[in-house]
Design a protein around this ligand. Structure first.
Ligand code: PEP
Length: 253
């Protein structure tokens, strides 16, 4: 089945609102013409969401948040809910990015709750999974990634699974300059696809599975040529409009 490729930029904790506006203006000028052939989104920090949404008015480039809390409101100091993200103009939200799992204690259970809350608010979750280097080196990659996917998606209806995206991001490849080979990525993506078939038979072939981990303009085309690699989640390279645009072009070739 032909799946439209999807390239999402994760800006992490970078850019003030004014800097974010400038970056997205540059990106829009370069990438808007490509956005009918590839779905494109950017995920700025919370504080820049409204500013970037205003800059993206009328654009096909979508807005994503990087995280959310699963409750819709309440006494949760410092947190932001799914309805608030919708209010800010978001279409997507990252759930369970490895930096959240590693540094902020996001468990499989938390990622599941966040995924459900996002779906309930009408957002499209981008559910992030991936193994650490010791897990890969001890031959546990498929076991770890399988556990993360099953946990995040447990109890969802096939229609809900159909409206989310999975991002496979080997932790050892994020921000390190080390990239999985296209064969390593395809192996894990195919395993994720097989789990999706078990969980949601009718929609598994339409769910996009992104690769993330040091994707750059010069390796994007090769990675994204794999049959189950349906796009990229891009960190560092998404902070430069030219590099991010180069990766989007790699999704078209
Ligand atoms: C990420 O933040 O999801 C990521 C993949 O980062 P980088 O592209 O910098 O490795």
């Amino acid at each position: 089945m032909a799946r439209k490729k999807f390239v999402c930029g994760n800006w992490k904790m970078h850019r003030t609102a004014a800097e974010a506006r400038a970056l997205v203006r540059e990106l829009r000028a370069a990438a808007e013409p490509l956005a009918d052939r590839v779905d494109v989104a950017v995920a700025p920090p919370f504080t820049a969401l409204f500013a970037v949404a205003a800059e993206l008015a009328g654009s096909r480039i979508g807005l994503s948040a990087q995280n959310l809390h699963w409750e819709s409101q309440g006494a949760f100091t410092g947190e932001v809910s799914a309805p608030m993200l919708v209010d800010a103009g978001c279409r997507y939200v990252l759930c369970g990015h490895s930096e959240r799992r590693q540094f902020f204690g996001d468990t499989d259970e938390a990622v599941q709750k966040k995924t459900r809350a996002a779906l309930a608010a009408g957002l499209h979750p981008v559910v992030c999974v991936g193994e650490t280097l010791p897990e890969r080196e001890s031959g546990r990659t498929l076991e770890v990634v399988g556990r993360q996917v099953r946990a995040a998606l447990s109890g969802l209806t096939p229609a809900q699974v159909g409206s989310l995206t999975v991002a496979y991001e080997p932790v050892w490849a994020i921000g390190t300059g080390k990239t999985a080979t296209s064969a390593q990525a395809q192996e894990v993506h195919a395993a994720i696809r097989a789990i999706l078939r078990e969980l949601a038979q009718g929609v598994a072939d339409s769910v996009r599975i992104l690769y993330g981990g040091s994707v750059k303009p010069d390796n994007a085309a090769e990675l994204l040529s794999q049959p189950d690699v349906d796009g990229a989640l891009v960190g560092g390279a998404s902070l430069k409009a030219a590099d991010f645009t180069g990766i989007i072009q790699g999704a078209i070739r």
